[in-house]
Design a protein around this ligand. Structure first.
Ligand code: ATP
Length: 678
């Protein structure tokens, strides 16, 4: 607290830029604990200080805390690998690359290597201390360099930041704060490098920062009103407001300036879902059988839609005459100065350069009177001659960037299944029946280009089975069963909801759902396959501890040519040793021949789940059952396809894996009780 004995940043004066050292001290305090409430309080206290002293720096502070320079749809990414960072650390601290590599080998955490390199370095002259805004701008500049010579420019950008790092000791003058050095202390160099690596690895989830921001803002507004502390109700309400606003408009760039201007309690009125800012899509829960669906939706009206097997696409559109109504959101829609339409992926990446052919046609699907919309759709490869859907693999052969509409070989058809915004209003709170009615009334299908998702509204088991069979015949993956009326049928952005259930065609055998897993390592093949990797080590993701926990080795489902291609793709991702955030058995015989950066995500199917000491997925959840140490592993895993639309952090979570395991166990127990287990 400013002015008190505990003030850790006496140099931070009102209206002066937020010192980067102050943020690093907070990140360091966060790193020392795993307790969520303590993390939350460090985070919200810091944001309160920012609000009191330098509110204009709130946005870059939040962005550095969540390890994102800008919203996902802006397409700004650092694109920096470990070797580039090592080079920059070496050059900026006058140590050779070999020494940095040796340190990295020994310490295993490049952030700590940078901190060590920095602290050993005599400083001849003192550059100006880093500020949060300065670091954010520096990183942004590094992210934006492209083209010829960009690697060298990126290195020189990193060197510039690193050589200004740690000129002041973070936490200097602190009385009452004890920051251990084991984790490198509050070193600025360490946190810059961690940011560059794409992970602060603090257990500081983005959700936590959102809650901390709400708490800080409520406390700040209470203080401005002359009260000392906010009531519990005010805090709860503030959190609920920010969470709702953020789920409909996930962009701090838009929300924070509005919040500073109008206050948190007015935010819902000024920040609303808008075309141009993609929402995180609603997701479905897996089910194992149609009877499970009937149990869940008993007595409710529901609908069964075909589950198309392509790529999710959120299509945003504003008619030229309505553009002036959406000043904020046009950032992404107007990239080339005139485009009023964009397509976003499941991860909110802008896919407009991949699908110019779709964008060119949007206006042919809409009926007169349509001014603006956000449609939730699936793009599917389309067989023009036979007028039918093609398998997913065909879609994957399309180029991802700089596609020219006239060169497109694989045609796609868009299947629309939901509507989130229509003619100036969000529609997410309306029932699915109403949303569907608007889609059918306001759009028209165009053969092979745009269609409505097929559906049947029935609760009859046999009819559902028939729909499932027909969907499979139409090259779909199965059905999506959705609540149709009542409030429960509203669209829930970013949620994996029980109001949407997926029934895949091959659920009835196996474990209910496929898993999307991250490739962490590989083993060289035997026999014919010695020059390529023959098997791979895969992991699920623990969102709480932000670790990749291993789950299986996989060597089935790959063709020879795919193995060759994978060898080419994976070899450059090889690293000397597992990252500190990988969790796998320590036993020497369980180690893969090669470890990789966590980059590739694969969809995998398996026969069932079992507990094993060799793998670590969800091991923490099963300590009681296994005495610790054992994680869940997949039996008979089989490769299905690459999930290029998922980032490693979007892999199947260890929590879902644990849920699948528990479900499987309860099914086994139930049938054993009925005397029917085989
Ligand atoms: P996850 O594996 O995390 O669940 P996923 O991307 O594999 O995600 P699923 O939850 O298996 O997706 O299924 C939902 C996906 O199915 C949607 O993301 C969408 O891309 C696709 N889909 C196809 N048809 C529909 C439909 N009618 N309604 C909703 N989603 C559909």
């Amino acid at each position: 607290i400013k002015g008190s004995d505990n003030d850790p940043y006496p140099d931070w004066k009102p209206n002066s830029p937020v010192p980067y050292a102050a943020l690093c001290t907070t990140l360091s305090l966060i790193e020392m604990t795993t307790k969520r409430l303590i993390i939350l309080s460090h985070c919200s206290l810091f944001l309160r200080q920012v609000l009191r002293l330098t509110p204009n720096d709130l946005l870059p502070t939040v962005q550095l805390m969540i390890n994102k320079l800008a919203a996902d749809y802006s397409g700004i990414e650092l694109g920096i690998g470990e070797s580039l960072i090592m080079k920059a650390v070496g050059e900026s601290t006058g140590r050779s690359l070999a020494v940095i590599k040796a340190d990295q080998h020994e310490i295993g955490d490049l952030g700590l290597v940078a901190a060590k390199s920095r602290s050993n370095q005599p400083t001849m002259f003192k550059p100006k201390p880093l500020t949060v805004r300065g670091v954010h701008e520096g990183l942004l500049a590094i992210a934006k360099v492209q083209g010829h010579g960009s690697q060298d420019m990126k290195i020189s950008g990193i060197k510039k930041l690193l050589s200004a790092a740690d000129v002041t000791t973070a936490g200097k003058g602190s009385r009452g704060i004890d920051i251990t050095k084991d984790k490198g202390g509050p070193s600025e160099a360490k946190f810059i490098v961690r940011f560059l690596e794409g992970k602060l690895r603090l257990g500081l989830a983005e959700k936590t920062v959102l809650v901390a921001l709400a708490q800080a803002m409520v406390a700040h507004e209470t203080m401005l009103k002359g009260k000392k502390v906010p009531s519990a109700e005010e805090l709860t309400e503030g959190e609920a407001i920010l969470k709702t606003v953020f789920s409909e408009l996930p962009s701090y760039e838009v929300i924070i300036p509005e919040m500073l201007e109008h206050g948190l309690f007015k935010l819902r009125e000024v920040c609303k879902l808008q075309p141009g800012v993609p929402l995180k899509p609603m997701l479905a829960k897996p089910t194992k059988s149609i009877t499970e669906v009937l149990d869940r939706f008993e007595g409710k009206d529901f609908t069964c839609e075909y589950k198309y097997d392509g790529e999710r696409a959120q299509i945003h559109y504003v008619a030229p005459e309505s553009v002036h109504k959406f000043p904020n959101s046009m950032i992404s829609l107007q990239k080339d100065g005139k485009r009023l339409c964009a397509i976003f992926s499941r991860n909110s990446e802008d896919l407009s350069k991949k699908y110019p052919d779709i964008l060119a046609k949007v206006e042919t699907w809409i009926k007169p009177g349509v001014q603006s919309f956000v449609l939730d759709c699936e793009t599917v490869a389309w067989d023009v001659d036979n007028k039918k859907v093609l398998p997913f693999q065909q879609l994957m052969t399309r180029k991802r960037k700089d596609v020219k509409a006239e060169d497109v070989k694989v045609k796609v058809c868009v299947f629309a299944f939901d509507l989130l915004f229509f003619n100036g209003e969000a529609t997410v709170k309306r029932t699915l029946r109403e949303r569907r009615r608007i889609i059918h009334e306001s759009f028209q299908s165009v053969e092979g280009e745009f269609a409505f998702a097929q559906f049947g509204n029935t609760n009859d088991l046999e009819e559902i089975q028939t729909l499932l069979d027909e969907s499979v015949k139409a090259s779909c993956e199965g059905l999506m069963v959705k609540m149709l009326d009542t409030e429960e049928s509203g669209y829930e952005p970013s949620k994996r909801s029980r109001n949407w259930l997926k029934v895949k065609k091959d659920y009835l055998a196996g474990i209910g759902d496929s898993l999307d897993l991250v490739v962490l390592g590989a083993y060289f093949g035997r026999g014919k396959r010695t020059s390529v990797y023959g098997a791979f080590l895969l992991a699920a993701y623990d969102t709480n501890s932000q670790t990749f926990e291993t789950i299986c080795n996989i060597g089935t489902g790959f063709s020879e040519s795919l193995l060759e291609e994978l060898h080419k793709t994976l070899s450059p991702l090889a690293i000397d040793r597992p990252k500190p955030f990988y969790s796998h058995s320590n036993v020497p015989k369980d180690q893969p021949d090669v470890w990789f950066e966590p980059r590739l995500v694969w969809e995998v199917k398996a026969a069932d789940l079992t507990l094993s000491p060799r793998y670590k997925a969800a091991a923490n959840e099963f300590v009681g059952l296994t005495g610790g140490g054992k994680g869940i592993s997949l039996r008979f895993p089989r490769y299905i396809k690459a999930r290029e639309d998922k980032k490693p952090e979007e892999a199947t979570t260890t929590r879902s894996v644990a849920e699948m395991y528990r479900k499987q166990e309860s099914v086994v127990k139930e049938s054993a009780a009925k005397g029917g287990v085989d």
